[in-house]
Design a protein around this ligand. Sequence first.
Ligand code: CP
Length: 306
Amino acid sequence: MKKDLLGLKGLSAKEIKSILDTAQTMKLILQQPNKKTPHLQGKTVVNLFYENSTRTRLSFELAAKYMSANAANITASGSSVQKGETLIDTAKTINAMGTDILVMRHNMSGAPHLIAPLVSASVINAGDGMDEHPTQALLDMLTITEKKGGIKGLKVAIIGDINHSRVVRSNIYGLTKLGAEVSVGGPGTLIPQGIERLGVKVFRSVQEAIVDADVVMGLRIQLERQKSGLFPSLREYYRFFGIDEKRLQFAKPDALIMHPGPVNRGVEFSSGVIDCEQSVIDEQVTNGVAVRMAVMYMLSRGGFAE
Ligand code: CP
């Protein structure tokens, strides 16, 4: 039994697979002309976002509405957070209004872990600082599973700002639990010390990281989380670490191109790579709705299959 989804670090392979299986069923609903289902009828879902978002926030809202829940959004900039209310008091206030599911994005790593034991609502981590973004990794794994028939034995190369990325941590936990071989690559200043201990191979050259890769995942350069210049310029980043058509030739010919978004065109990938046939970036977005439907539905029923 699980009340919350705070990260993939604490989930078993079986639990992850059960979410992916349920998301595939939810996807069938999304393909119908009438997407409305009663899965969350009578439940209330609140999105509490302290950081900007397009994909995550909208897909949680749409997922809740497709399942007939009452859905509401609060951003820190338009709330009493601006008057000095603490995160704990804000969460307790939202909980006191009869909220069943609290979806939280916060710039502080660990924020949802702090809130989850203090509220009766199920807390879903929609991205906390540099810690985890579990539903992003789940939608990534659903996309890989659909395109490649499974995850076990695949070589996944993740390139970019490894240090500041919560997406990479959730993907490392999830992908390695399901049997993928994960490589990370990027400038030395953007690779955290000791990341090998999570079971990944580390490369300082993109070419080496993506050799024979089945999946090439780019990560956004997060300038907003960098206190000082960790590389000379975006132009130089692209020159040495950006993935263009020429560099992509080191990966397998049918390698998937993935990115959690938002993408900086001409920084992580060339525009040609973003828009190429192997790119599944739009499918990732579509699968985000199905995954969030699955997670909210399963939590409302007591958790994931153990
Ligand atoms: N991938 C992701 O979290 O995107 P948003 O910031 O737009 O939600």
